[in-house]
Design a protein around this ligand. Structure first.
Ligand SMILES: [Zn+2]
Length: 445
């Protein structure tokens, strides 16, 4: 181990076995050993002692809409990856829609990679998209390195990314299962949405009524039936309805290859607190009631929900109109996800090891990133240094997102990210960034 160049020391290193005092030795950007706290540091190696700040594995956010190229007034790789780095995220996987072009052919993937490469402050991977007419493109995209395929069952919000009907879903799922890929689904049933009361205006309760829990439950029930029949690997995106949890738990017990994520906003914000006209809280599916939220936390604790990822989906401020029916649906959360989730998690008795499992280990596992997601020998030296007991009040002006519209404005959160490290290099510290050093990641064949 004479080539160790860096040792990070903390009284709270969050390892897969839990939090402990340790020294983490890094060589060539890779963790080579997790040693006792007071282990001697070899001559020539640099010691970074972060004291009582926690050392977490860099977070892995598998649900980010970067929108670049095409809708760069909404976000972009430069701003998204800086905001992510400032929030302790070291890897993101970009969603296939809202950029122009969407990631639905290999050519489009290459276009997006070329745009992302010089701007990436953290590591970036890509999802592909499954559309009604691109079944033939799925295998080439898989071979080109996307981590799986996103589809919608109801309108996506942008015309160039249409949803799949039942037969198209079955065709795409069958194709993807045929090459061992992963299908990730925005699960809201269009018939249930059409049957819900269509109320516009500024009242959140009216908006909530337009996207009832049953639309998620019905879509997930159908998805489970299809996944069971086809033997496909399926992931439910941004679960909000707690009513679907028994279905999900039963399917998993029976061996259906199903994983599930939820998002910081479903875990930390409630329908009861959304002011009239505050469409910065609008997303699909919607933020639901406090009682629903309690059950989502229970499902995280018992493992029914695997991951917490942001679904960062920004737009310009002018699209966040006071009418919930017409406002853009999407919440910006990249920079604030760790403190938001940590604040609520600790209040419910969870530890940082739980947060690391939900926000780093499990998302990395979802997409097969075996060098990410944990502080242990053989993984990339990606870290977030967090002061878990320090608090701050969210000031939109301090966000690195391109648009500083946030549902968290004015909230006091616990957990200040002091620095973020990518392959042994400190990429941001106290708001100062290094030049972009992120890599583009591709799924390994
Ligand atoms: Zn999304």
């Amino acid at each position: 181990m004479s080539d160790v160049e860096l040792v990070l020391r903390s009284t709270r290193v969050i390892t897969p076995e839990g939090a402990r005092a340790a020294s983490v030795a890094v060589s060539g950007g890779t963790i080579v050993a997790v040693r006792p706290h007071d282990a001697p540091v070899e001559p020539g190696a640099r010691l970074e002692d972060v004291g009582d700040h926690a050392l977490l594995p860099g977070l892995v956010d598998t649900h980010v809409h970067v929108n670049d190229p095409g809708r760069t007034e909404w976000e972009g790789f430069w701003t998204a990856t800086r905001a992510a780095a400032a929030g302790g995220i070291t890897t993101l996987v970009d969603m296939p829609l809202n950029s122009l072009p969407p990631t639905t052919t290999v050519g489009h993937l290459r276009t997006k990679q070329d745009v992302a490469r010089p701007k990436a402050h953290i590591d970036v991977g890509f999802w592909g998209g499954a559309l009604p007419d691109n079944v033939k493109d799925l295998r080439p995209l898989h071979d080109a390195g996307v981590y799986g395929f996103k589809c919608f069952l109801s309108p996506s919000g942008v015309d160039e990314f249409p949803e799949l009907d039942h037969d198209q879903l079955a065709a795409s799922m069958g194709e993807i299962a045929g090459f061992g890929g992963l299908l990730i689904v925005h699960a809201e049933d269009p018939r249930e949405l059409a049957a819900a009361p269509a109320r516009g205006g500024p009242r959140y309760a009216d908006y909530l009524a337009t996207r009832p829990r049953v639309s998620e439950d019905t879509a997930i029930e159908g998805l489970i039936a299809l996944a069971r029949r086809i033997g496909a690997r399926v992931h439910v995106l941004h679960l909000s309805s707690s009513d679907a949890l028994p279905l999900i738990a039963a399917a998993r017990r029976e061996g259906v290859r199903l994983t599930v994520e939820t998002c910081p906003h479903y875990l930390t914000l409630t329908a009861e607190e959304v002011p009239d006209g505050a469409s910065e809280f609008k997303c699909c599916p919607p933020i639901r009631e406090a009682a629903n939220q309690d059950l989502l936390w229970q499902a995280l604790a018992d493992g029914t929900i695997d991951c917490v990822v942001t679904d960062h989906s920004p737009s310009t401020a002018d699209l966040k109109t006071a009418d919930f029916a017409t406002a853009w649906g999407g919440i910006s959360g990249l920079q604030l996800s760790l403190p938001a989730v940590w604040t609520a998690a600790r209040a419910r008795g969870h530890g940082l090891a739980d947060v690391a499992r939900w926000m780093s280990t499990h998302p990395a596992r979802l997409v097969g990133l075996d060098r990410k997601g944990a502080i242990e020998a053989g993984r990339d030296a990606d870290f977030a240094v967090l002061a878990p007991d320090e608090t701050f009040t969210v000031d939109p002006a301090r966000l690195q997102h391109r648009n500083r519209v946030t549902a968290y404005a004015g909230k006091t959160l616990s957990g200040v990210v002091k620095s973020t490290w990518l392959r042994g290099q400190r990429i941001v510290s106290e708001g100062e960034f290094t030049a972009p050093s992120g890599r583009l990641l591709e799924r390994k064949n």
